[in-house]
Design a protein around this ligand. Structure first.
Ligand SMILES: NC(=O)c1ccc[n+]([C@@H]2O[C@H](COP(=O)([O-])OP(=O)(O)OC[C@H]3O[C@@H](n4cnc5c(N)ncnc54)[C@H](OP(=O)(O)O)[C@@H]3O)[C@@H](O)[C@H]2O)c1
Length: 290
């Protein structure tokens, strides 16, 4: 079975590619820059940009299923799936997010170009057997948000100690995606995929400290201070402002409590946040200068 994977060189896409190849599928991995792809030799790499579906038209023949990655599609998800269907595709799994039904101004990632809502809507309207993977916050967000501070010292300064969500191990997301691409078992479902525990920012930092054996401490600082820092290191200001607004809006309530969807799909408990940290512990440790 041939499967087209968009976003194949990214955090989620690489894991989806690995998983599908491990299951014996023929993977056609899409990237804008094949020379930088760094994917396994067994994977067919094709050059294209999903936000310009005509660039993918030559690569759709023989494709049975499409992994539709919400960061790559711009305004073109419908067109891409229409082309895929014309060429014989039968199935689509769309990467989406648990917050897709929130007001758009409380979906900060839209300001970085992500189109989770459109990816899901295009899949549903495609006429293909569709699955929407509504993902909760990725566990790797912790590394992006706090990795540099933890490598430098034992204090993590960030907003809202009590802000709470259910971090999802991207490997479990990729496993669910591969099931949706390889079988019809998950067709017609909007899966609400969370990790197995709801944790506050302060609790996540404590878990990281326990796993890597360091006395980490969370220090809450006002959103304005963190926004200033994030903009200073080059993140787009509108995105940073929207992210802080989202934290402030949801600070007093649990964001995306645990659902049982992932356990049911995988037939086993999802990986915990501690599992994820243990498998990425080196990334939190200071580099040994000796
Ligand atoms: N982080 C979270 O907590 C979370 C939760 C739920 C959903 N999501 C969604 O998951 C997605 C992020 O997944 P990820 O971490 O796998 O993404 P990623 O690693 O940043 O990007 C995936 C790939 O997409 C391609 N790409 C990036 N920007 C593009 C653009 N403007 N146009 C065309 N292609 C582009 C790149 O491939 P090439 O350069 O090789 O072409 C990149 O390697 C987002 O849509 C986000 O909203 C995230």
């Amino acid at each position: 079975m041939k499967i087209l994977v968009t976003g194949a060189t990214g955090g989620v896409g690489r894991l989806v590619v690995e998983r599908l190849a491990g299951a014996g599928a023929q993977v056609r991995a899409v990237t804008r820059t094949p020379e930088k792809a760094g994917l396994p030799a067994a994977v067919e790499i094709v050059e294209g940009d999903p936000s310009r579906p005509d660039t993918l038209a030559p690569h759709l023949d023989g494709v049975e299923a499409v992994f539709l990655h919400s960061r790559t599609i711009g305004t073109a998800a419908d067109r891409l799936l229409a082309l895929a269907a014309e060429r014989g595709a039968r199935r689509v799994a769309a990467l989406s997010a648990l917050n897709v039904d929130d007001p758009l101004d409380l979906q900060p990632s839209r300001l970085r170009g992500d189109r989770n809502k459109e990816a899901e809507a295009a899949a549903v309207a495609s006429g293909l057997a569709w699955t929407s993977l509504r993902a909760s916050a990725f566990a790797s967000n912790a590394l992006q948000a706090w990795g540099a501070q933890i490598r430098r010292g034992d204090v993590v300064r960030y907003v809202y100690a009590a802000f709470q969500e259910s971090p999802l191990d991207e490997r479990d997301l990729a496993e669910a995606a591969s099931l949706a691409l390889l079988t019809d078992d998950l067709a017609g479902r909007r899966l609400e995929l969370t990790g197995p525990q709801s944790l506050s920012h302060e609790e996540m930092v404590a878990v990281i400290g326990e796993v890597i054996g360091r006395p980490l401490r969370f220090e809450e600082v006002p959103p304005e201070a963190i926004a200033h820092h994030m903009i200073g290191i080059g993140l787009p200001e509108p995105f940073v402002r929207a992210l802080m607004d989202r934290y402030t809006h949801y600070a007093g309530q649990e964001q995306h409590p645990v659902t049982g969807d992932l356990e049911k799909v995988l037939g086993r408990p999802p990986r915990t946040f501690a599992d994820w940290v243990a498998d990425h512990a080196a990334a939190f440790q200071a580099h040994d200068p000796s």
